[in-house]
Design a protein. Sequence first.
Length: 177
Amino acid sequence: MRKLSLQELNRVSTDEFKKQMKMPIVLILDNVRSALNVGSAFRTSDAFTIEKIYLCGITAQPPHREILKTAIGATESVEWEYVPTTAEVIERLRAQRYEIWAVEQAEGSKHLQDVNINTDCKHALIFGNEVDGVDAAVMEMVNGCIEVPQFGTKHSLNISVCIGIVVWEVFRQMKYG
């Protein structure tokens, strides 16, 4: 087996990416404290043609050095906006008829493999602070809650890993059914 060269991957340019149809999925980063995690969110969003990232509260914004380190250029391709509060973004997106999902361990959450994504609507995925998770007030505003089941000794995944897992599954269901 031979690895493909970068030329063989046929990746689109940043300009071509900006013109491409995007998946009707947005990410909301609710007070994410690690700029490295923010950069990873950008990179994942580029990989799966996510529509936009909202950076809220204390979440770092480009051109932060650590964001740029892990995003490796995705801050130039993925649309983003800073909004002071997550609640403000939710209200805006709700008016645009997005389904709003928190990704959190919570009472009444649905395990990721049991979530059936409605492919006829747009989706917002909220990822919270690395220590405190999604803010309690924000949890009161969501349509539902997705949880990634875990079976080891740790009680949580790194947010960048969690974003990759959840975004892939939502993308997979929306694109491939």
